[in-house]
Design a protein around this ligand. Structure first.
Ligand code: PGA
Length: 250
């Protein structure tokens, strides 16, 4: 049975004291085990602190990015090996902000995926189309290309360490959400695409998260769709009350 997952992508928010405040609230209210695995993705500077603080809880820690090399002369970068060594279990790769602002290509992402898996990190692989692409009815093709070129080189055995996040770029941080039907349609397409290449068993087991302006008010309806296995939450993950309400939407 594939897992339900709610992951909070804090992006470049929360300094150390804000991180401590948010963690305290999450820990206080997540005592009853929810029906979903909960993951938080703080900035690099707070990863180790967050890992230690959450050690006695079921909440797991993700990084928001990593470099594809193991080590070396790459000033300002952080490797998968370093992430693993401080208790990080997951890494978000291919977020649309990384693709658009930091020019990350599918080919680069393929290298990062390999490096993450090699270092025992689970990959949360993001894909999603821009508004123009949807308007031109190109969205399925765009997502298929992102998956094919960034992810589909992995072996069948590696799929147990992969989660996919479908995040239409036009819905990220805009307050505009894909309708539950639009999310379901794309998630079913992603599952079918995986099934065609890797078989129906793998496709049935893969968790596919929706991301893009998920809020307490819309989470339940989106998560209720058959192929939606949770969410990657940006803005709403910064407020404990909202994030917890989303986690408890299952
Ligand atoms: P949002 O961000 O929830 O603020 O739209 C989602 C994301 O970027 O992962």
């Amino acid at each position: 049975m594939r897992k339900n997952i709610v992951a909070g992508n804090w992006k470049m928010n929360n300094d150390l004291s804000e991180t401590e405040d948010l963690l305290a609230q999450l820990k206080q209210h997540l005592e009853e085990t929810p029906d979903a695995k909960v993951i938080v993705a703080p900035s690099f500077t707070n990863l180790y602190h967050v890992f230690q603080s959450l050690a006695d809880t079921p909440i797991e820690v993700a990084a928001q990015n990593m470099h594809q090399s193991e080590n070396g002369a790459f000033t300002g970068e952080v490797s998968g090996k370093m992430l693993s060594s401080v208790g990080v279990k997951h890494v978000i790769l291919g977020h649309s902000e990384r693709r658009a602002i930091f020019n990350e290509t599918d080919a680069l992402l393929a290298e990062k995926v390999d490096a993450a898996l090699k270092n025992d990190l689970q990959v949360i692989f993001c894909c999603g189309e821009e508004l123009e692409e949807r308007k031109n009815d190109n969205h399925f093709e765009v997502v298929k290309k992102q998956l094919s070129e960034g992810l589909f080189h992995i072996s069948k055995e590696n799929w147990k360490d992969v989660v996919i996040a479908y995040e239409p770029v036009w819905a990220i941080g805009t307050g505009e959400t894909a309708s539950p039907e639009q999310a379901q349609e794309m998630h079913a397409f992603i599952r079918k695409t995986i099934s065609e290449k890797f078989g129906s068993e793998i496709a049935a087991e893969i968790s596919i998260l929706y991301g893009g302006s998920v809020k307490p008010a819309n989470a339940k309806e989106i998560f209720a769709k058959e192929d939606v296995d949770g969410g990657l939450i940006g803005g709403a993950s910064l407020k404990a009350e909202d994030f917890l309400a989303i986690v408890h939407s299952f």
